[in-house]
Design a protein around this ligand. Structure first.
Ligand code: ATP
Ligand code: MG
Length: 412
């Protein structure tokens, strides 16, 4: 029944050239995510029509749900500009939606073809009148209808649709530059990465892995999470930088008083992340920290940890509660992977009483107790980078690879 899909762009409150840039980027992403599906495109200045041919609209919508910067969709049925045909089609569409149950409704008409003899208001009255005389389950409510039938009279025919389906929203990914996502195996950081992409920021990921202190499965977890996030990325691809953290990690455990271990560990992570960020032309660090979630995420802790970097740190989840984050993780399909029971470097050897108000001078003093800089330099030199692609599984366990031994990502 549906001939095309009307796609509306997201926040077009931008000015001048930025609007064109926004739309070009969004259109590019749309074509990319629909690659392999035989659809047609009818680009207009503030919207795009996707000609569905014989494809299942749901398949097309599922792919488009990975395009940030789109606001909503409407499924359109098309017929000749003829009142009887319009009413006939409208009745079919309404019956499909209401299953003939009592429903309030209204008709809205737009007339792009100004040559048509009836005004928009007249068309609305004729169409609504004829529909009401046949569909006895419908009651008019012009203020808060459950169902709005939109009729657009255009040169090439009448376009009919009912309601709007919400799209991903935000800005086309890439329009806001690139950020470095600190990705653990937990629930939060993949959600932070998704939200950054949704807001237009392309991401690369950095994962601190402590094999053999932690299992290779925890590295696989990070890889698998990136493969899901890549569904929303340009070209379905995201890089992950695997930082060998075990040596630094064991030095921290050996030298730092227990309650300060996490504070110091996170300061080391930030130091390394800043260097990797700069090396890869990322504009900021992004992470999944959320105020008060754990001892290292009180505002006082975050302040003390943040002192080691000049980088802009974006924390999309700073004010989210865990349930909100979990709901998003469920919707984007990362939660099952995050829930796999493998420890990473933040959860293994967890101190019993981590400090919640770290003292900056004490922290700085503790850090003089070992030569962390050379360990940081080594970790950065030995960082391994993989380019991961959605739908193409990189099986680090199955390949018998270990991060310490290294591997060449050009092969994958
Ligand atoms: P959870 O859902 O269990 O809270 P999490 O990923 O948020 O998982 P936290 O211990 O709360 O883990 O860490 C806060 C943030 O620090 C993470 O969201 C992530 O951005 C970053 N982070 C923690 N551990 C690592 C790691 N091993 N590699 C990269 N980033 C990490
Ligand atoms: Mg967390």
């Amino acid at each position: 029944m549906y001939e095309r899909l009307l796609v509306r762009y997201g926040d077009l409150n931008l000015k001048g050239k930025n609007i064109k840039y926004f739309i070009d980027k969004a259109n590019h992403l749309i074509r990319e995510k629909l690659a392999g599906i035989n659809v047609g495109y009818d680009f207009r200045h503030d919207r795009i029509y996707i000609l569905l041919h014989d494809n299942d609209p749901q398949t097309v919508i599922e792919r488009l749900n990975r395009v940030s910067g789109l606001y909503s969709y409407s499924l359109i049925s098309k017929c000749a500009v003829n009142m009887d045909e319009i009413v006939q089609l409208a009745l079919e569409m309404i019956a499909e939606k209401t299953h003939n149950l009592p429903t309030t409704f209204k008709v809205e008409t737009k007339r792009a073809d100004k040559n048509y003899p009836l005004t928009s208001q007249e068309i609305t009255l004729v169409v609504a009148g004829k529909i009401l005389s046949v569909a006895k389950n419908l009651i008019v409510d012009v203020h808060h209808p459950e169902l709005t039938l939109s009729v657009e009279i255009r040169n090439d025919g009448a376009y009919l649709f009912i309601g709007q389906i919400k799209a991903m929203g935000g800005y086309p990914v890439g329009i806001g530059g690139k950020g470095l996502l600190m990705l653990s195996g937990g629930i939060d950081s993949p959600v932070a990465g998704y939200l950054a992409m949704k807001q237009g920021v392309e991401i690369e990921c950095i994962h601190f892995e402590s094999t053999p202190m932690t299992s290779i499965e925890s590295v696989q977890k990070a890889i698998d999470l990136v493969e899901v996030l890549a569904l929303y990325a340009p070209h379905d691809k995201i890089k992950i930088h695997l930082v060998p953290f075990a040596s630094l990690h064991s030095d921290i455990i050996a030298n730092i008083p227990e309650s300060y271990i996490i504070t110091v560990m996170r300061r080391m992570m930030y130091r390394i992340a800043e260097t990797i960020m700069k090396k890869n032309d990322c504009l900021c660090i992004i992470n999944g920290e959320s105020i008060g979630q754990v001892a290292s995420q009180t505002i006082e802790s975050m302040k003390c940890i943040n002192l080691v970097t000049q980088a802009l740190v974006i924390r999309p989840l700073a004010v989210f509660d865990k349930l909100t984050t979990m709901k998003i993780a469920q919707d984007i399909g990362t939660i099952e992977i995050s829930n796999r029971p493998f420890e990473d470097c933040c959860t293994v050897y967890l101190p019993k009483n981590p400090v919640i108000r770290p003292n900056v001078e004490m922290t700085e003093y503790y850090e003089t107790l070992f030569d962390y800089q050379s360990k940081i330099d080594q970790a950065i030199i030995n960082t391994k980078t993989l380019m991961l692609k959605a739908g193409k599984h990189f099986d680090i366990i199955g390949m018998g690879l270990t991060v310490q031994a290294g591997f060449n990502h050009e092969n994958h």
